[in-house]
Design a protein around this ligand. Sequence first.
Ligand SMILES: C[S@@+](CC[C@H](N)C(=O)[O-])C[C@H]1O[C@@H](n2cnc3c(N)ncnc32)[C@H](O)[C@@H]1O
Length: 433
Amino acid sequence: MMKKFRGYTLDKPKIRCLVQDGQQEDSKLLLLDEKVQVLTSLSEELQEVVRSEALESCPYELSLGYNYLSTQQVLKKLLPVGVEAPSSFECVGHIAHLNLREEQLPYKFIIGQVLLDKNAQLKTVVNKTGNIESEFRVFPMEVIAGIHSTETEVVQHGTRFKLDFAKVYWNSRLETEHKRLIALFDSEDTVVDIMAGIGPFAVPAAQKGCTVYANDLNPESVHYMRKNVELNRIRKNTHVFNMDGRAFVQLLLASDERHAKSLPTGEAATARGSNEVEIPDTYRPQDKGLLFQHAIMNLPASAVEFLDAFRGAFNADRWKDHPLPTVHVYTFKKGPETDEDVISKVEHYLGGKLEESPVIHLVRDVAPSKLMLCVSFKVPRAVAFWRSTAETDGSILECHHLHEDPQNPSSSPDGVQEFSSLKRQRIEQSEST
Ligand SMILES: C[S@@+](CC[C@H](N)C(=O)[O-])C[C@H]1O[C@@H](n2cnc3c(N)ncnc32)[C@H](O)[C@@H]1O
């Protein structure tokens, strides 16, 4: 009968059209569409079936309530005219992350509750309450429904990550990018992740077999990165650091004791917010610096500015038989900027020309006229082995335009400054702020 009556039966998601007859134990009811109020509205053929099979018709009442309706249907009923229900939300483990509009804010608690009721995997709903302003790239949020815990666990391509969404940077939209970059690494490679967050590049790279040196300035990110190293059992090939990215690069590349001593440590290195510079027990400085194949810098708002850390930091003797590493630096391209502008910016902060055209990969549209890019290039030899004039003949160091604003070349007072004194100034400045 179900087959014969196809096209006339009740067709609603999750509702069966064949139900037990409440009146007669040995018979069943075939529910017809609400539109079929009388049997005469069936086709001639079906009316004949009704007669020949001696089928009877009766009214049937079906109540579809809160449990049956979708989030959108419920909120459409509950919210006043003119206030739309949020159309989507980001899911981070058990947390739903909303970005409510001004007119939705008076109804935030009911919106949160409906989302919780309708999505069994959710335990907490948070709403973004402001823009990212901290250097740790964490945005302010408030819990609007559910349990007040923002610690959760997410899985990306089979790798488990613990994190506290209110304390560390996490963006599920970068999942494809994390996978893309890791696919470029060979299992024998050594990978240096300079702004590693809780480890979405570092942990899977180590799982692949790479030796990983991962750093972040945010002590909370480092706390969770360590947990993720344990969780994914990659302790033997992962070294986790908590320091400023520039100091980290220079620490890894430090050639000898003298060089290492000149690094900003202690108070200077902690000036940007970390509690203390922690060199992991597993870290053994290598004579004339670490050899590595890839460096990742995912802090798109300012990572390019850290490229000066590579300048003159490589020991020529140590690297003479090895190709220089590939840097993957993330940045934004805004408004009318072209790829050439992006390359100029990279060269500007590196302090030298690239030897080959870089690979520029579009990661995602962040906002209208704002694209997130990954620029991959080999560190140029002239930059890597740059030696100050002072080191070679004892005179004043020269570093043309290295730290001036690329948009405004005249912003440097005379365009010539001592490279290491600039680094010192930067550290002193950050200490005073
Ligand atoms: C955009 S997040 C990227 C995190 C991670 N790589 C990912 O893909 O999810 C940038 C990270 O840079 C860290 N950070 C900010 N300033 C830093 C600095 N001076 N040195 C090292 N890390 C820094 C932040 O704490 C944050 O975790």
